[in-house]
Design a protein. Sequence first.
Length: 363
Amino acid sequence: MRTSFRGLFAIRRLSQVVGLHMCTWTRRGERVEKEGFTSVKRLALAGLSMMAVLGPQAGQSTTQAIEPAGVVTEIHLREGQVEVKRANLPGWRPAGPLLMVEAGDTVRTTRDASVIILFTGNRGTVKVDGTNSPFVVPAMGPLADQSKLSRGRVLLEESVKTFLKVSTDSGQTTLGTRGHARPTVILTPHNGPVLPDPVVFEWLGSRTSRYTIRVIGPTGLVLERKDLVGTDFKYPPEAVPLVPGVRYLVQVTTEGQPPQVVWFEVVDPVRADTIRQDLAELAALDEPALSPNTLVAVQAAYLANQGLLADSRLTLIRAVNNQPDEAILHALLGYIYERLGLPEQAAESFHRAQFVERHSIQP
């Protein structure tokens, strides 16, 4: 059973107006209020009922008044806590990853906990810990002249907007039971453009099964490999070159399951070089609080903004393999899976983000 939730940004704000509490459970089993992408999902059913009673205009007018000042990108609890107090609401609530903050909100940490906030308006980042807690989120000042900003700064601001979208719009979840045998699902590429050199194919399946992969172009079969063991394959350099802008089909088959087919196009070399230069610009930003994990998230958001969802996914997968306890990476991965049209994988990533947020103690 699949449930799609829309208008979550207005729902969260409406819930604050009427006093609806957002609850979760701490590692110690205590019921507490919490804000972040996880709470937004929990509010969906109640919020939809509220909107049905109050009418759609209530959500629209509230949303227009919101001016995000930044977004939480990383939380490291260790033995402490990270909490936020809204400027217009009483009480403190534990913060979650991808939490949107507004001017006047106060963020505080206890013991050795820390949090990184990425600001809007090209104001950089701040790390809040015991040295500067409590921290009041500053108001937006005059916007910087875009013509005087470095390319990396412009791209960073675009990524912040993507984070805010994830914080408020991600809302698909899949409910139900899953059997032991998982069907083959092509994850990368998946009906979209990809960067060349090399093109990477990944699918969901059994690592002990044998697969056949075929790449089919407008004139017929381009490549076929049989008896592949594993769930990934790189397009070999000695194979027929893939032509940029041409739509190809990739088919993956295994015994006992129907063939899976998706399409992809290779980005032209000039655009591919520009994208790689932009990624390098982001990596070279002189921003002390832009940690490696936040940088990966920023680069993944940039790739998603370019329509390169498959490459964004690969970037996040590599980072998750190295840092499995970073909730923002799982949350962004869920967002990418949503945009790829893979709701079950999106739900798994969001669930993992929630689990990491609740149970992981960062080193």
